[in-house]
Design a protein. Structure first.
Length: 92
């Protein structure tokens, strides 16, 4: 199975079964979730207020062992004070 998933139709049935089996196990026992983000930060910039998206992002990053950081567009000056590439370099 590829490490990048851009299109569900690209998955073979066996890949889907593997994903669903892992998801079921992780739902039953969250301690089994691999800590692939352990010790790292993950940033998201939200141009519009979005409680559900922000909570989903922060919960997912935390469950993978990472530290979620959320910014609003005005906070970082996206498109005004700062270019997208400057922001990316700063948070990387």
């Amino acid at each position: 199975m590829s490490t990048d998933l851009l299109d569900l139709t690209a998955l073979a049935p066996a890949d889907c079964a593997t994903i669903l089996t892992a998801a079921t196990a992780w739902k039953s026992d969250p301690s089994l979730v691999p800590q692939v983000l352990n010790g790292t930060g993950a940033a998201a910039i939200f141009t519009k207020p979005s409680l559900r998206t922000r909570m989903s992002f922060e919960s997912a990053v935390a469950s993978l062992g990472g530290h979620p950081i959320s910014f609003s567009g005005p906070e970082v000056g996206l498109g005004g004070r700062e270019t997208a590439s400057d922001i990316a370099r700063t948070v990387a």
